[in-house]
Unconditional design. Structure first.
Length: 169
């Protein structure tokens, strides 16, 4: 997984010459790390190495505690994004029209909320001999859904029957 970068702060910056940016964002030029640290201390702030791979490394004068807080808040907001759920609807070869209408309304409700819908058709006993009929029923059911959607995974065989995955457009 992604590892957050570690910043060298104040006395941990051991490079003799650094490029310095002040708290307002203006470039102060290159100076010794000791002078830059003295300047940061005079402003009651920290010297933080923000770009260690450049030559000379870029250091910024800032409040390191506030910087860490902002970074934590930013990473937390990135992970708190809404994940789309996959809802499941199961039908059979002999499912009645009223039940299919009810399940169709359910699928439309799930799609309108932004969820993906996995439609399964179960085959039991002698129904397994009529796989072509099961595929046709599954295609008909998915095409009867009126909410705009796209087929993410076409009809796929699994041990108990077939399934199809649709997502909202």
């Amino acid at each position: 997984m992604y590892e957050k970068p570690r910043y060298r702060v104040n006395e941990r910056i051991r490079i003799p010459l650094v490029s310095v940016i002040d708290e307002a964002g203006s470039h102060l030029g290159e100076m010794s790390s000791f002078d830059a640290l003295t300047l940061a201390r005079s402003k009651e702030m920290d010297l933080v190495e923000v770009s260690p791979n450049t030559r000379p490394p870029v250091c910024k004068i800032m409040d390191y505690g506030k910087f860490q807080y902002a970074q934590a808040k930013k990473s937390k907001s990135q992970t708190a994004q809404k994940k789309t759920e996959t809802k499941g609807i199961r039908i059979g070869v002999r499912t009645d029209t009223h039940d299919l209408d009810f399940k169709k309304k359910q699928a439309e409700k799930f799609l309108s909320k932004g969820n993906k819908v996995k439609i399964e058709i179960r085959l039991r006993g002698r129904e397994k001999a009529h796989q072509d009929l099961a595929r046709k029923n599954l295609k008909d059911f998915s095409s009867s859904i009126e909410t705009p959607h796209k087929i993410e995974e076409d009809a796929k065989r699994f041990p108990g029957g077939f399934n199809i995955l649709i997502a909202p457009e």
